[in-house]
Design a binder for this molecule. Structure first.
Ligand SMILES: Cc1cc2nc3c(=O)[nH]c(=O)nc-3n(C[C@H](O)[C@H](O)[C@H](O)COP(=O)(O)OP(=O)(O)OC[C@H]3O[C@@H](n4cnc5c(N)ncnc54)[C@H](O)[C@@H]3O)c2cc1C
Length: 810
């Protein structure tokens, strides 16, 4: 009987936790259960009285908010203030920057899927679509990436001119300043399309539209600065760059040694001008070699007190015309055989007037915050778009190539080993493109999602790396031999650039995604931190008490939910009406609860040391990221009208993501430094063990077949990439070869059968075609078709060769 009561009690407590019951409901449950247990356990009257006394004390202590705050929360607040890890000023500004969007739902342990599906669909306006179909299409047709990267080491002047004149540099500049005023969605689509044709052109277009002078001026520039520069930037009359990184400050950009001293000097013939004398040494700066307008980050000092008492004024940003005396630009780095302009810049004792500071004197010292705030938009668009452009190109060409290229008398895509690679290529491209569009949607909804920007930057470039590696593998020597007909190798070579810039990936995964998310996107942590920093004691106590007890309920609830969902595999969780992939929504909710629980325990137990425990932080970040990618995938599938032909891609991507989440959480638990928590997490999250499998071979086969078969699913997957119609170009020929191969398949089978049976004796394919015609096996029309197929296949299979001297540098 007692055992039954105890089990019942546990069930009641799990239910209370599951439904996030109030403090009073908990106390009420204790008031009923504890005496029953005490009586059944035949405890003495004295013990029962003590139990009652304790219970009543708890009711008074926790149930009456005024008392709870004074007697419990005040002591805990004191302790909290003592153990709160030190957050540096730059970290604080990074945390404060941007906004929380869907990441907040994922941190909640209970995401609202109706809300996800109710977000608007990703789409373009008529003007934007027109620009893509005309200007971008025309630009792509002008780009010869081999000529650009191998011969010219730059874009041809005609392309520079076209880019400038057609407003490509002003996509983010509003129409009132002569820019295109595009949505994030359109901006992203433009970059993706260009990137599917030429990485060099994509980088050239994306940098002025990313974190740089235009973006900074739009948000922080003075009216005069906006008037002076935005129109010129929009028309391409200025080529901008932005210089933050230097030889001695890379990932730790807040540590830049470049400095400026406030002083008076001579400028433009005027004496005694209040300004800054600057010294800097920067490197890796994209577009710097041709820039006319240099955005510069430096630390500003005011030793003579010209603007007040503070000597160290902090990181400040300025816009400096590159013709200013003392500015040195022009030399080039050579990043991975790309031809976009990138190089160092230096300045010694360069004097600039105060009005060169972005936002003027009022913005002195706010540079880091300005950069952090703007980083979210740039990072959410440029790199995801360029990665996805490359992935689409790799997916479309790999599918076609694997169908056209035969070995052992079979298209290579029919070999299971190649299928594995094709499955990854297709599904990663689908999921990453979904996340690209979903993130651009956030920006168009007015968000500046800092945590999501780190997620999408990291995962789009990593998945891009995986896809292009697989594409290279399935192309064999075709991918390796450089030349005008190689459409893959330059994209492959450029992968590390996206991995390194705008927050190098190892750092982004290890420190930023979870590190920032844990504070920023968590429903209570930021409130607790803010409450602990509140100067007014009563207000601090009230806010802290609310956050703390909300947080306790949140943790208990996630513990109960993790356990229940772990036992049921998430079955029974409410999902939006009419959805096709019900189980995936349930699995996402299950993992969201498990993630929220592990995140809280990691923060509570590891506290300040979590910063150093990058491997734990990285794995937690992986779970958060995968939940984000899965949400985007479900959203995309729903927005596309849930076409059944896309299901292989959706299933593979989702199942792979759940398997990865399981492994990541398993890794957190296995490496958790506290034995008790380790065991507890294992029981709560995986009570029946790790039961999720990776996608099956059969599913992989379906994805591979989808990539190799012309049709709506393949077209949807690669929508927005540039496909040349000209069959003299490598990708144009590949497209035609795929169609022709499929059309000729029955004829080819007939020829093979005739050859085997001895009806045809010619050894060489073209001769055999003619022989077949001569014996009346095929018609003239069929001869033409087979000859075309042969020519196209040959064009696809052949690689470029060069005269020895052509490859030698003059
Ligand atoms: C082609 C190219 C274009 C660029 N364009 C610009 C530009 O226009 N403007 C500009 O200002 N900068 C630009 N950059 C600079 C770029 O942002 C930096 O390269 C980047 O910040 C990394 O700095 P770093 O190369 O010095 O590497 P490092 O900072 O030396 O990092 C090396 C490795 O250590 C890892 N790491 C560092 N700290 C940690 C940590 N705490 N935890 C885990 N891992 C860590 C990094 O992830 C990386 O893998 C560009 C760089 C390149 C290569």
């Amino acid at each position: 009987m007692l055992l039954l009561t105890l089990l019942l009690a546990v069930a009641v407590f799990i239910l209370l936790a599951f439904f996030r019951a109030t403090v009073l409901s908990w106390l009420l449950a204790f008031m009923v259960i504890v005496p029953v247990v005490a009586i059944q356990a035949r405890l003495s009257q004295t013990v029962i009285q003590v139990v009652y006394f304790l219970l009543v004390s708890c009711v008074i202590l926790f149930g009456i908010p005024v008392l709870r705050r004074k007697l419990v929360s005040a002591a805990l607040l004191k302790l909290y203030r003592r153990i709160l890890p030190v957050i540096s000023a730059t970290e604080q500004e990074a945390i404060d920057a941007g906004s929380v969007w869907w990441d907040g739902e994922l941190f909640s342990g209970h995401p609202n899927w109706d809300k996800l599906l109710a977000y608007p669909k990703c789409g373009l306006s008529a003007d934007e679509q027109d620009f893509l179909d005309n200007e971008v299409e025309a630009l792509c047709s002008m780009l010869d990436d081999w000529d650009i990267t191998h011969n010219l080491a730059d874009l041809p002047e005609s392309v520079w001119q076209y880019i400038r004149e057609r407003g490509f540099f002003g996509m983010i500049i509003p129409k009132e300043y002569g820019g295109l005023g595009f949505s994030a969605q359109a901006h992203s689509a433009v970059i993706a399309k260009i990137a599917s044709r030429s990485g060099t052109a994509a980088v050239t277009v994306m940098v002025p539209n990313s974190l740089g002078p235009a973006e900074l001026l739009l948000h922080y520039g003075t009216d005069e600065q906006k008037e002076k520069y935005l129109r010129r930037l929009a028309r391409g009359q200025e080529v901008p760059c932005f210089a933050l990184t230097g030889p001695f400050a890379g990932s730790d950009a807040g540590a830049i040694p470049d400095y400026g001293i406030l002083c008076r000097g001579e400028f433009d013939g005027k004496m005694n001008v209040l300004g800054v004398r600057l010294n800097w040494e920067k490197r890796y700066i994209t577009l710097a070699p041709k820039a006319t307008l240099l955005g510069l980050a430096f630390k500003l000092y005011d030793p003579d007190g010209l603007l007040g008492d503070e000597v160290n004024r902090g990181i400040t940003l300025a816009l400096i015309p590159s013709g200013t005396e003392g500015v040195r630009i022009g030399r080039r780095h050579f990043p991975m055989n790309s031809a976009f302009l990138n190089g160092p810049t230096e300045g010694k004792e360069v004097f600039i007037p105060l009005e060169f500071i972005i936002g003027g004197a009022a913005r002195i010292g706010q540079g880091w915050r300005m950069l952090m705030e703007c980083l979210a938009s740039g990072r959410s668009i440029s790199l995801p778009a360029s990665s996805v452009g490359g992935m689409k190109m790799a997916a479309r060409t790999s599918g076609a190539y694997c169908r056209v290229r035969k070995q052992f008398n079979l298209p290579i895509g029919q070999f299971e080993g190649v299928e594995e690679a094709l499955a990854r290529i297709g599904a990663h491209t689908y999921m990453t493109d979904a996340a690209r569009g979903f993130t651009a949607l956030a920006l168009d909804m007015g968000e500046k999602p800092s945590v999501i920007s780190a997620i999408i930057k990291y995962h789009s470039t990593e998945r891009g790396r995986c896809v292009i590696n697989d594409a290279m593998d399935v192309h064999g020597g075709k991918g390796i031999s450089l030349g005008p007909d190689n459409y893959l190798a330059r994209t492959y070579q450029q992968v590390p650039i996206g991995i390194t810039v705008e927050g190098a990936n190892i750092l982004t995964r290890a420190l930023m995604i979870f590190g920032q998310g844990a504070i920023r996107s968590h429903p209570y942590v930021l409130k607790e931190v803010q409450a602990s920093g509140e100067a007014d004691h009563d207000k601090a106590l009230r806010l802290f008490d609310d956050a703390l007890f909300g947080h306790v309920g949140f943790v208990l609830s996630n513990a109960a939910r993790s356990l229940v969902f772990g036992l049921t595999g998430g079955r029974g969780i409410h999902v939006p009406r009419g959805v096709v992939c019900r189980r995936y929504y349930q699995q996402m909710t299950r993992f969201s609860s498990a993630f929220a629980l592990s995140a809280d325990l990691a923060m509570a137990v590891l506290n300040g040391s979590l910063k150093r425990r990058e491997k734990i932080s990285a794995r937690l970040g992986d779970v958060l990221s995968l939940l984000y990618l899965c949400s985007a995938t479900m959203k995309r599938f729903a927005d596309d009208g849930r076409p059944s032909s896309d299901l292989p891609l959706v299933h593979w991507a989702m199942q792979d993501a759940f398997y990865r989440m399981q492994q990541a959480l398993g890794g957190v638990i296995q490496n958790f430094p506290n034995l008790f928590i380790r065991c507890m997490l294992r029981v709560l999250i995986f009570p029946l063990g790790k039961r999720i499998n990776p996608p099956s071979d059969r599913l992989g086969h379906e994805v591979a077949r989808l990539l190799m078969t012309p049709g709506e699913a393949r077209d949807r997957l690669t929508l927005g990439m540039y496909i040349p119609k000209d069959e003299t170009q490598a990708i144009g020929a590949l497209e035609a070869a795929l169609l022709c191969t499929l059309e000729c398949e029955p004829l080819q089978a007939e020829l093979v059968a005739a050859h085997r049976s001895g009806k045809l004796s010619a050894m060489e394919e073209l001769q055999r075609i003619l022989e077949a015609r001569d014996i009346g096996l095929i018609s003239e029309e069929q001869v033409r078709l087979l000859k075309r197929d042969h020519a196209l296949r040959r064009k696809v299979i052949m690689v470029d060769d060069f005269d020895h001297r052509e490859l030698q540098r003059p």
